[in-house]
Write a protein that binds this ligand. Sequence first.
Ligand code: SF4
Length: 341
Amino acid sequence: MARPSDALTLDTPAQERLAADLLGWGAPRPQADRGLAGALREQLETGLATLGEELEAAAARERRGRLLVTKTRLDRQVCDGLQLDAKPFEHTRASVRGILAHAMIERDWDLDRQRDPATVVAEVWHDEASRRPGDPASLSAWMNAQPAPEAAALQAELAELVAGFREVWPALPPALVQRRAEEPVAVSLCEGRIQLFGRPDLILDSRRRDDRARALVVDLKTGRPRPEHDRHELRFYALLVTLAEGAPPFRWATYYVTEGRHEPEDLRPETLELTARRVVDTVGQLVRLSALTDGGARPADEAALRLRGGGWCFTCQREDSCKVAAQARAERALSHPDAML
Ligand code: SF4
């Protein structure tokens, strides 16, 4: 395959659709409201200031003297019990498939699609499996523990994902598009007591610098779509990019790799303001829990926890003994009997 030129080449109807609908290729970009980033920062600082000395005390209890706000902590805001006692992350076939798909798509891009997908997959597989094989919790340990037929089946699936991605995504000309993959984005607030942090899967930026909003933030998903959850994650990244770069993206989108489809959301200041409110609410919860637990893991008063059961309870260590979770399950069984079959 030819190396990408300085022009966008569209080889398939799917690429044409993606260029038009997601990349917005050739379409005018909205004016970048340079005041928006400052207004969002102001909104965050003002909201966080209402937490007063308790915020200061909570930050002081943290290892580096600052409270870290990530997409995971925002997700867990739904319930105090989950924020305190989420199950530790463990590699599963689905999570490994997602991690490797990201790495392979990225490598394929770096190699300008010069090798066939199976070769790219084999190379990344080898690299990742060699990384920390001695650590039993590592990705490489999980990969090396797979029997040969399972490993081969997963590699074949991943090669299909890479090939499918090529089919839908055009090669992006580096002279026109700057591509940043999993770049850390950190934003410091309240004189360093709060840090917002994330690694958006993909930030695509025009090389052109003018008064237009030109960045596109993309989150790649390989698992089952969870529309509300996925949208919240992405909006947090959009907020981070806006605050860090001083200008908002023109669009942000979840791209479902397995299905080859995207869910875009165009820039609306109201959406980012809503996300900033969610950040303030989450920090409020973290500060309250920090006071309740005195920075430790156990609250002095369990009854003071605000619990809310729902579809997230399976990710919580308290699930087996939690009455609120049981109540939520019972209510769901009544309202959605088919879903319980
Ligand atoms: S099981 Fe559910 S309701 Fe109970 S603490 Fe955990 S997340 Fe909250």
